[in-house]
Each structure stands twice: as structure tokens, then as C-alpha cells.
Design a protein around this ligand. Structure first.
Ligand code: PAF
Length: 289
């Protein structure tokens, strides 16, 4: 793996990549099996693979975990090397945001609901850094995990509305044996929190199963998820949602592709998870040509 840290190094390394298709996996490091699955998918689909590691300050709120977000460049590089990544982009903050940088990308209403309501400005930060990274890396395909469901919706909209020439590929959530979605933040959890964290996936599964049995009321599905979450007394729900899969507006009836999603606050970590609903699990998944 060739490690590049500046825009100039990246430009040179990008120009030297073999083949026509370039798969890009943007990350914030602290890599785990979820990231590995994205890289493997990129490796299968594309001639060359670029991954970035950048803990993006603009997508964290003032009281969030930017400072304690896990960072382990050595382990991350070893993993990217073992997965056959061609270029690892590890930029300093000033390479992404030059001094005086003032342009941001606002995603409108999509960025104000769910995660965006709980974390004001989060999706402006995500959309801005993703746009900058896409411009610098110039990938033909970019790979994102389904776990960050709203992020995938936001990124698809970003690419569509701005006409960015990149195909977005959404890959399935990788889970622990008890269903907990892999996340860099899971390492914050204490043993009791970790045991209770399986309630997130259980809640989503309860909604999925009820829908499959004909429960179309989004209110009742949300209520079922809350009941499951009550099995995790250490977790305080932030939101429980059954929303339109494209607009992310809450539904009354699940009569179209939907996204069930939730966020909970444990004392040591805030966790999110989601499941596409209504048999639309693959509707949002586009394959590289
Ligand atoms: O999903 C993430 O890790 C981040 O939101 C991303 C896409 C790398 C942007 O900073």
C-alpha cells in the first residue's frame, strides 16, 4: 500500500494507478470487519482501490467524541496492506481544509432529520468531506456501509444533485454473532452495555418480522422497537424511526421502501443501527458496472 498524506502526493499516486476503475473506501480509521468488507467488495469490483483515513472534525458536534475517537494508524495500515489496497490517503486536517476554507455542502432537509436532528451540522460535515475526497481521489465507484443508513441516502443525493461522476455502492452491515453491528464505537462499551447492545438489532428484527406478517402501521412498528429497546435499561433511545427510504420522512403506513432506524445512548457510547424494510433490502444497492 502506498501511503499519501498531501494533495500533491495523492494526485501523483492517483495518476499512476493501473486500469480504468478506481474503487474508493472513505473511512475514519479504527478499521474493523465492516471496513474490510467494503475494501474486499471494492477489490472485486474495481481495477484499483483507494482507502482514506481521516477523522473529519467538521462532522462532530462540540460535545461529541472527536478527541477520544479511536486512532490506530499502524494497525489500520497493516490491515489495508493485507487487503491489497493500492493507495491509503491519510491527510492532515489542512490538506482537506486549507487555511481559511469556507465552502460547505448543505444537503437540505435530509440532513435535518434523525441523525441530523440529534447531531446538528453532522451531514453538512459528511457531505463536505465526501465531496472534497471524491474530488481529490476521483474514484469511479465509492463504497459505503448500510449501517450508516442515513449517510448512504445523503451521499446518493449528493452525487445525484451535484452530478458527481461516481457510482455509490452500499454494502451489507457486518454484525457480531449476537447481531450488534460492527462499529468503531463499540470498543467504548463496558461489559454490561455490550451485553445489552444486542437490543438494537433485536428491535429492528422485531419490526422486520412484524411487517413480514402484515403489520403495516409504522406507529405500531416503532412501538415494537421501543418495547425491545426497553430490554436494554442502560440505553436511552434518541430516536426510533420508520421512514421513507429516500426522503427519510416518517411514514404512517409502510407502503413503499422504508428504513427502520434507531439511535440509543449508553453511558459510554451512542450507537445507531438500521434495516431496510418492506423487502427492499437490496433496492438501494447498486452494483458496479
Ligand atoms: O462513515 C464514515 O466513516 C464517515 O462518515 C466518512 C464517510 C468517512 C466521512 O468522514
Amino acid at each position: 500500500v502506498r501511503v499519501v498524506r498531501t494533495r500533491a502526493e495523492l494526485r501523483e499516486a492517483r495518476a499512476a494507478l493501473p486500469g480504468r476503475s478506481v474503487g474508493f473506501v472513505p473511512t475514519m480509521g479504527a478499521l474493523h470487519e465492516g471496513h474490510s468488507s467494503l475494501v474486499r467488495r471494492a477489490r472485486e469490483a474495481c481495477d484499483a482501490v483507494v482507502a482514506s483515513i481521516f477523522v473529519n472534525p467538521t462532522q462532530f458536534g462540540p460535545n461529541e467524541d472527536f478527541n477520544r475517537y479511536p486512532r490506530d494508524e499502524e494497525a489500520d495500515m497493516a490491515l489495508l496492506e493485507s487487503l491489497g489496497v493500492d493507495i491509503a490517503v491519510v491527510p492532515g486536517v489542512e490538506e482537506i481544509y486549507p487555511p481559511g476554507a469556507s465552502v460547505t455542502v448543505d444537503v437540505g432537509r435530509l440532513g435535518d432529520v434523525l441523525e441530523g436532528a440529534a447531531r446538528p451540522g453532522h451531514f453538512r460535515g459528511v457531505a463536505t468531506v465526501v465531496t472534497i475526497l471524491f474530488n481529490l481521489v476521483q474514484p469511479t465507484h465509492a463504497f459505503f456501509g448500510q449501517k450508516d443508513g442515513q449517510q448512504t441516502v445523503v451521499v446518493r443525493r449528493l452525487v445525484r444533485d451535484l452530478g458527481l461522476p461516481v457510482e455509490i455502492v452500499v454494502c451489507p452491515t457486518v454484525r457480531e454473532p449476537d447481531g450488534l453491528a460492527r462499529s468503531s464505537r463499540n470498543r467504548y462499551l463496558g461489559a454490561d452495555e455490550r451485553a445489552q447492545a444486542q437490543a438494537l438489532h433485536r428491535a429492528l428484527q422485531a419490526a422486520e418480522a412484524a411487517l413480514a406478517e402484515g403489520e403495516w402501521s409504522a406507529d405500531r412498528l416503532r412501538e415494537m422497537m421501543r418495547v425491545e429497546l426497553a430490554n436494554a435499561p442502560l440505553a436511552v433511545p434518541d430516536y426510533v424511526s420508520v421512514a421513507d427510504a429516500e426522503t427519510l420522512q416518517e411514514l404512517d403506513t409502510v407502503d413503499r421502501p422504508a428504513l427502520a432506524s434507531l439511535a440509543v445512548r449508553f453511558p459510554s457510547a451512542r450507537l445507531i443501527d438500521c434495516l431496510p424494510l418492506a423487502g427492499q433490502a437490496r433496492a438501494g444497492l447498486s452494483r458496479p458496472a
